[in-house]
Design a protein around this ligand. Structure first.
Ligand code: PLP
Length: 376
């Protein structure tokens, strides 16, 4: 048996020499969090923890779900949570997945079929791209938020056409032009799929997302909501009409061939949305901190990065510069992480700053002033 690691060692060494080798690090709890996706502080909420635990105490014990949803992993609780989510998000039906990654994989690998076309924004998350790659449909990127490029590609598309975008782009923090995307989808009879990972909980009534905030739900074919970011827990769902959900129950391999989320996970989803409903002040505090950050930051940024989302981007260019700026901010007490190439394009290396409802005004202004003195 060949136990040598020669080839993969060379590949890792190449990353080391390029300064972009990934490794697992512990979070330094002493630093102020400007890095996590916990936009509303729900993952650190004692109130939500108590609410989840007290609901869990009332359940008869079933620690694990014991199987796929199609075998022994289904429950009244799972169906109840899905039906509540469908109502909250404004779609006909919902299907819960173990993560946003598997929800996107589950949708894009099975709905678009041979002879169909998937057009995805070039900055779409890896799981949209991976799902599209698994599908037998043809898939093609269009330039980021570029409606002309999209329309050119719509004209070349065959079969059923799926357009994929993110409501808020995870690495850029800017918004998809959803109204115009709805109009184009309508014009070309395409199906618009919106990933609401970074807008779930933050926008819309009761955290129903950005599509709901804009009143466009009727025009969106399906949406992916995730619960591991602003909702502070874990898991995700696909929301669409009942036929799409029935189809996924029959054909979506990442749904069928995996152990269902546990009762604890379903309860956590239910309680997180109930908790959020009782705390409208969180979304308001987040919005105030985002505008304070934008007012205090003097570093020049291209207009597309002047976003009102919780994800704020400062381009530094070059892995070394991104890392050294992040190190200096960390030394000043701010947990800001660099995003390096190849995660983003070469030359677009950056600091990805996540603003939270729980950051104090002094912390937000302190970070902006730190960036001003390092980069202006
Ligand atoms: C836009 C987008 N979609 C999907 C995902 C995956 O969600 P999850 O972390 O729940 O797997 C992410 C995670 O970073 C994301 O940013």
């Amino acid at each position: 048996m060949d136990k040598k690691n020669l080839r993969i060692e060379q590949q890792l060494n190449k990353r080391t020499s390029l300064g972009n080798k990934r490794s697992l690090k512990l979070v330094d709890e002493k630093l102020v969090d400007f890095s996590s996706n916990d936009y509303l502080g729900l993952s650190r909420s004692e109130g939500l923890k108590i609410q989840i635990l007290s609901a869990y105490e009332k359940l008869s014990p079933k620690n694990g779900s014991t199987g796929s949803r199609l075998l022994t992993g289904n429950s009244v609780l799972a169906s109840q949570v899905e039906s509540e989510l469908a109502t909250l998000f404004g779609y006909g039906a919902c299907l819960v997945f173990n993560s946003g990654y598997s929800a996107n994989l589950g949708f894009f690998s099975c709905l678009p079929q041979r002879g169909d076309t998937i057009l995805y924004d070039e900055l779409s998350h890896a799981c949209i791209k991976d799902g599209s790659r698994l599908s037998l449909a043809k898939s093609m990127p269009f330039k980021h938020n570029d409606l002309e490029d999209l329309e050119r590609k719509l004209k070349l598309s065959e079969g059923e056409i799926y357009i994929a975008c993110e409501a808020v782009y995870s690495m850029d923090g800017d918004f998809a032009p959803l109204k115009a995307l709805c109009q184009l989808s309508e014009k070309y009879s395409a199906k618009l799929i919106v990933d609401e990972a970074h807008s779930t909980g933050v926008f819309g009534k009761s955290g129903a997302g950005f599509v709901a905030e804009l009143g466009l739900t009727e025009q969106v074919y399906a949406a992916i909501f995730t619960f591991g970011k602003a909702m502070g827990i874990h898991g995700a769902c696909v929301a669409s009409n009942q036929t799409v959900i029935d189809y996924m129950i029959n054909y979506s391999r990442p749904f069928i061939y995996t152990t269902a989320p546990s009762a604890f996970e379903f309860l956590s989803i239910q309680e997180a949305f109930r908790f959020l409903e009782s705390k409208p002040s969180l979304a308001i505090a987040l919005k105030e901190n985002i505008s304070l950050f934008n007012q205090s930051l003097k570093v020049q940024r291209p207009s597309r990065y002047l976003s009102t989302s919780a994800v704020q981007v400062v381009i530094t260019s070059g892995n070394q510069k991104a890392k050294s700026t992040s190190n200096e901010l960390q030394e000043s007490g701010f947990d800001v992480r660099p995003i390096l190439s190849p995660t983003v394009k070469e030359g677009e290396e950056r600091l990805r700053i996540c603003i939270h409802s729980f950051n104090s005004k002094n912390e937000v202004m302190g970070l902006a002033h730190g960036l001003n003195s390092l980069l202006c």
